[in-house]
Design a binder for this molecule. Sequence first.
Ligand code: HEC
Length: 96
Amino acid sequence: MKKFLLTSIVVATTACTLSAASFAACAGCHGAKAEKKALGKSQIIAGWDVAKTEKALKGYKDGSYGGAMKMVMKGQVAKLSDADIKDLAQQISKMK
Ligand code: HEC
């Protein structure tokens, strides 16, 4: 029983770490430090304010934000939760 409990705790902790959204999925287009214009079209988002990025990402999700290529981003954010978006926005705000 004791061993079972310990295993559960380890599994729970691992799951927690993995649930944090990773910018790696975005780096292919935006650059490892968000320093690129994605597909030559987006603004450079490195160092963007957390609120500004959150507004953009939530806007792509509900269709209230974006330019000519917004469908590309809609696909990227569709599966992200609000917590994921906040997490990513914080990572981007620290990139320079
Ligand atoms: C397939 C390439 C691609 C991937 C992957 C991608 N993006 Fe984008 N991103 C774009 C393009 C293209 C735009 C410009 C879209 C438009 O016209 O509004 C953009 C725009 C943005 C903007 C707003 C910038 C602006 O120009 O208004 C933010 C913020 C952003 N992306 C964040 C992310 C995050 C966070 C991820 C990862 C979850 C991500 N992107 C993944 C291509 C990509």
